[in-house]
Design a protein around this ligand. Structure first.
Ligand SMILES: Nc1ncnc2c1ncn2[C@@H]1O[C@H](COP(=O)(O)OP(=O)(O)O)[C@@H](O)[C@H]1O
Ligand SMILES: [Mg+2]
Length: 342
């Protein structure tokens, strides 16, 4: 232990395609959309997180909003580095410090990202004073966050439905036995709704409105126990060009999302079919765990359960289970070192 170790701070980061969360001292200190707003002329970043999200869809030609990790790959390295750095600087306890402390970090990354992208995340972290930087795969962090003992010789299936990707993994003995990452998740659901409104109602709605529809009345099935009320949706009429309002029911949204949900179902079925029999037997008993914001879509758990004939459980607070798992890993770093990517 070095003399200056008291200057080291531990932080856990869930670098998600839709949301970035940071835990410091056991508390979630950052929970913000993974968005940056940049001035096109100077190239300077003018806002990140919520502030940048508010600008989305409302920008003029000199401002551009980017989601650096949109499809589970790093689309914009520079923007993602600046985003990480600005989020770290926002941590209240570090803001007050005279010097930027050196950081020990565990960062959770989408498992679809390449070696080069992993390297880039690590380099970025080191440039913001990361002295010890570890990466962890998302399904692993999700499992730990849900409370699964991943080191056991026992199979568990995790399905993490985020913004850009759905990550499906079977975990046993601290490793991923088989996995699959599909680019169908919350963002695709939102786009399905935009497309549906345009083709069925001649109504042009923006991404923010479509996301609101998804959260307020979105459903994976028409067969729901508690049915959400109809919703009034405003947008632009494609024929007249005038602003207009239509009333939408959850059944329509279930139809709009059906194809995308099918793709997730298929990916889960394929992963199950590749699972070694002993682990499949475990999963028969333990069922499937869902995490990530997309898992909150009404009826998705029920639909997956009917498709697989397995019990399906949604993590408590699914938007935070990944960062919680990353935080637990950080706190017990010696125990979890074998599963981390150095
Ligand atoms: N109640 C909800 N119902 C359906 N989808 C939701 C709900 N809340 C959040 N989402 C969706 O969850 C996604 C974000 O999930 P998250 O796990 O943060 O993703 P990521 O890990 O990729 O950043 C977004 O697409 C968002 O629209
Ligand atoms: Mg995530």
């Amino acid at each position: 232990m070095g003399f200056f170790d008291f200057l080291t701070e531990d932080i856990a980061i869930d670098l998600g395609t839709a949301n970035t969360l940071i835990i410091h001292n056991d508390k979630v200190v950052v929970d913000s959309p993974s968005i940056v707003a940049r001035n096109r002329l100077s190239g300077k970043i003018i806002a990140v997180g919520n502030e940048a999200a508010m600008m989305q869809g409302k920008t003029h030609e000199n401002i551009k909003t980017v989601r650096p990790l949109k499809d589970g790959v790093i689309a914009d390295f520079e923007a993602s580095e600046q985003m990480i750095s600005m989020f770290i600087k926002e941590i209240p306890a570090l803001k007050k410090r005279l010097f930027t402390p050196s950081l020990r970090m565990v960062i959770c990354i989408p498992s679809g990202i390449t070696e080069v992208e992993m390297r880039a995340v690590k380099d970025s972290a080191e440039r913001v004073n990361g002295k010890e930087v570890y990466l962890i795969h998302e399904p692993m962090a999700a499992a730990i966050g849900i409370g699964v003992d991943i080191m056991q010789p026992k199979g568990n299936m995790i399905v993490d439905i985020g913004g850009g990707t759905t990550e499906i993994a079977v975990i046993a003995l601290g490793g991923i036995v088989c996995d699959r990452s599909v680019k169908v998740a919350g963002d695709v659901f939102t786009n399905d709704i935009i497309y549906y409104m345009r083709t069925q109602h001649n109504l042009f709605v923006g991404e923010r409105t479509a996301e609101k529809i998804k959260i307020q009345i979105g459903s994976a099935t028409e067969d729901l126990e508690t049915v959400p009320e109809e919703m009034n949706v405003q947008g632009r009429d494609l024929l007249t060009g005038k602003p207009k309002q239509v009333e939408i029911s959850f059944r329509e949204i279930a139809k709009a999302l059906d194809k995308s949900i099918l793709r997730i179902e298929d990916a889960v079925m394929e992963t199950l079919s590749q699972t070694p029999p002993e682990l499949a037997a475990d999963i028969y008993n333990t069922g499937i765990y869902l995490a990530g914001g997309g898992s909150m879509l009404r009826g998705l758990d029920k639909r997956l359960s009917q498709k697989t004939d397995l019990p399906v459980y949604i993590a408590e607070d699914p938007l935070r289970s990944i960062v919680r798992g990353t935080g637990i890993t950080l706190k017990n770093i010696e125990k979890f070192k074998p599963i981390l990517i150095q």
